[in-house]
Design a protein around this ligand. Sequence first.
Ligand SMILES: [Zn+2]
Length: 282
Amino acid sequence: MSRVPTVNALTVDVEDYFQVSAFAPFIARSEWPQRECRVERNVERILAMLQAHDAKATFFTLGWIAERYPRVVRQIVAQGHELASHGYGHERASDLTEDAFFADVDRAKRLLEDVGGVGVQGYRAPSFSIGSGNLWAFDGLARAGYRYSSSIYPIRHDHYGMPDAPRFAHQVRAGLLEIPVTTVRWGGRNFPSSGGGYFRLLPYALSRWMLRQVNERDGQPAIFYFHPWEIDAEQPRVAGIDAKTRFRHYLNIGRMPGRLEQLLGDFSWGRMDEIFLCPRAH
Ligand SMILES: [Zn+2]
C-alpha cells in the first residue's frame, strides 16, 4: 500500500451560534448585534489546529461576519486558506426571490474580496438551501462571478436536500461547478457523511469508514464541513428552543475538538479551489 492518499476538502462555514438557521424562529435578526460574539476566538482555535496538522481548508464566510470582524478574515487568508462566501446575511436561498438572492451573493463576494484582498470563487448556501425548487440560484451565482458552489446535499432531510442530485462535482452553468457535500451510497440510498450534526452523532470510527469508502470505492475526494460554534462547549445556551433543535445543536459538542484532531490526523486535507478547479490559464 504505497498509494498517495487522496487530499480531501475541509470546509468551515463561518457564522456564529446565534445565526444558525434552526435558531431563526427563536432569535430575531435584529438581536444579532447584541449577542455575545464567539466566532473570532473559535476561528482562531481552528486555525491553530489546522496549522498543527499542516492542513489547509476553505472558509465559507458570512459577509455579516467579515464586515464586523475583518481581522479574522485576514488571518484566514494570511495562513494560506481559501476565503469563500456563505452569502451576506444567512438567509436560505430557498426563502429569497431571484433578485434578493443575487443581491445577497453579489454583496458578500465583493465585501469578502475587499476585506480579504483576494478573489472569491466559491459559495455555499446557508443550510444547503439549493435544490430542485430553486436551481435558478445557479444563474445568480454565475452572474456574480462565482466559479463553484457547494450547496446541494444529495440526501433526504427535513430542512434541505436533493436526493436525486449527482453526488460528485458537475457543471451546472457555463464556468460554474456544483460540488455537493459528501454522501455514501448504500442500497440505493445516499447517507450523509460529511460532517455537521451527523459527525457529532455517529461514532468517529463510522465517520472515518464512510470517508474512506468515498476515497477508495468511489475514487473521489470527500468534502467535510463544520462550524466554529461546534467546537465551543462554553457558548451561551439559547433559551426556549424545542427539544429537537436543542439535541441537534448541542449534542456531543464537548467531544468535537478531539474528534476533529483525529480527523485531521487520519486524512490529508486541502482547499476546495485547489482540489476541484482547474488552474486558470495565465
Ligand atoms: Zn450556515
